[in-house]
Design a protein. Structure first.
Length: 92
């Protein structure tokens, strides 16, 4: 009998810059909802305090997933128009 192979999971952060929150937020929210099972925590910040429309925003998420899942989510976000996403795997 072969030993069970465990897929390595990691804790990671993904920082997401939305250049125009009004236009990009619906798509980013849908992507995050689609990957919700990976998300441990989420923090969103409106960078321009007095801005009401078309503001820059930053969202940081903490995720628990495989390296492949983390990479796929970051790539999906980063490929979205007006969105920049960077990931950082915190555990080995």
């Amino acid at each position: 009998m072969e030993p069970e192979r465990r897929i390595k999971r990691h804790l990671a952060t993904i920082s997401i810059l939305l250049k125009d929150r009004t236009n990009q937020a619906p798509l980013v929210n849908q992507i995050l909802t689609d990957h919700g099972r990976l998300i441990v925590a989420r923090l969103g910040v409106n960078v321009q305090r007095r801005c009401i429309e078309h503001c820059t925003a930053i969202v940081t998420i903490i995720i628990d997933g495989t390296a492949k899942e983390i990479s796929a989510l970051r790539k999906k976000l980063d490929e979205s128009y007006g969105v920049v996403a960077k990931s950082n795997i915190l555990t080995k």
